[in-house]
Design a protein around this ligand. Sequence first.
Ligand SMILES: Cc1cc2nc3c(=O)[nH]c(=O)nc-3n(C[C@H](O)[C@H](O)[C@H](O)COP(=O)(O)OP(=O)(O)OC[C@H]3O[C@@H](n4cnc5c(N)ncnc54)[C@H](O)[C@@H]3O)c2cc1C
Length: 458
Amino acid sequence: MVTALCQALTLEQVVVDPDITASYSRDMMPLAPSGRPLAVVFPLSTAEVAAVVRICAAAGVPIVPRGAGSGLTGAANAVDGAVTVVLTRMSAIVEIDEGNRLAVVQPGVINLDFRKAVESAGLFYAPDPSSYDWCTLGGNLSTNAGGLCCVKYGVTTDAVLGLEVVLASGEVLRTGRRTVKGVAGYDLTRLLVGSEGTLGIITEATLALRPKPAAPVTLVAAFDSAQDAGRAVSGAIAAGLVPSLLEIMDATCIRAVEARTGTQLLGDAATPAALLLGQSDAGGEAGRREMDRLEEVCLAAGATFAYVTDDLAEGRMLLQARRDVLPALESLGTWLTDDVSVPRTAIAELIVACERIAQQVGLTIGVVGHAGDGNMHPTVVYDAGDAAQTLAAQQAFEMMLDAGRALGGTVSGEHGIGRIKQRQLAAEIGPLGLEMHRRIKQALDPQGLLNPGSMFDS
Ligand SMILES: Cc1cc2nc3c(=O)[nH]c(=O)nc-3n(C[C@H](O)[C@H](O)[C@H](O)COP(=O)(O)OP(=O)(O)OC[C@H]3O[C@@H](n4cnc5c(N)ncnc54)[C@H](O)[C@@H]3O)c2cc1C
């Protein structure tokens, strides 16, 4: 089979050296199971992807699609003996169509590179995961990634018009459209988005763009408790505000970022228990009014400090602090970030639950998240060299998901299920929901070769 792969691609595109293939075994989730790929391949075109899939299908060998490996669920982790198909070299922005406000891209384009390219055409691509400077659009599509702008613009699926996908048979399927509206047939595009590489390999996508938003007005508000900050979020929603971003960081996260950057986020003021960062991209006076109203809501919820600025450098600095949280937590130990989405009125309760869980397991849990859409990333910090702490971290991870579901939430707002949340997915969708997943998988991948073991046991 490896000989066939080398004939279909070039020798340089097929790697079997175990020292190199080992580095494609895992993504950024430390606790998910992983195996050793037999080979790692780097196709350059849809035809090459199709050839690889046909060769693997003939040999009955599992196929694991992979982007940048920044995922947080083990979804791109290899299984033993698999061929890992790395899409990063298919990185062309094929077209930016300003008249129809859309773009056609290959899956290996880095999210930030794409954002910059469309911005130079006066347009905007909304999905902006915090990892946007290294994750790929193919990974974003396959995990249905979210980010900081979701509160106003939704997740990746809300920006997808159509896909080109290599199916498990090696056939190339085109789904969707280039039109604004279009309801013909089953919505295969949305079935494939978020399918974590279990139904096909995305080789091209048609993405909807928006007009470039106005320069943002930014709010920062400090609170004596994370619960007060949670109440401010519910208050903002109840007041009818639709900020373009509304993020929360607790004291653990703030201190970690301050230690990493060597700056005090709020100058000489003492580190608060929680910060809310809000932005409006409504433009000019409208943006200012929206953030002034958010400031009032925060003060009414008990904020000890609130400040609104239209200074772009200040806004960027505050946002960068938020994006730096996960790397900064690394200075405290290994981090294990959760992804739990609750109704926005339940944010304060989720935060309280996370504090209780931290005490129960005896570990630090930093609370950070996209508060405006209820998608929280409570992050456990632990010593990966200590077996008891590792077990406690895993328990905390599960308990926070259970707490989210008990509050009417879901076990993934944006990271997906991968190899770490399968029990939780099964509990959320129930036996019939799981059976529907299995039947769809069986219809599209009867040999079960595409990313086996990810999302659910097929
Ligand atoms: C510091 C940090 C911050 C993050 N912040 C966010 C955030 O704000 N929001 C968010 O949603 N995520 C976030 N993530 C998680 C991660 O960046 C996203 O899940 C991202 O979408 C993964 O992209 P990737 O290119 O790294 O894909 P990978 O991790 O390589 O793969 C992810 C999944 O997609 C599949 N896949 C990849 N490419 C293809 C393809 N072409 N066809 C079919 N399947 C494919 C893989 O099999 C796997 O199932 C963060 C991660 C880190 C490390």
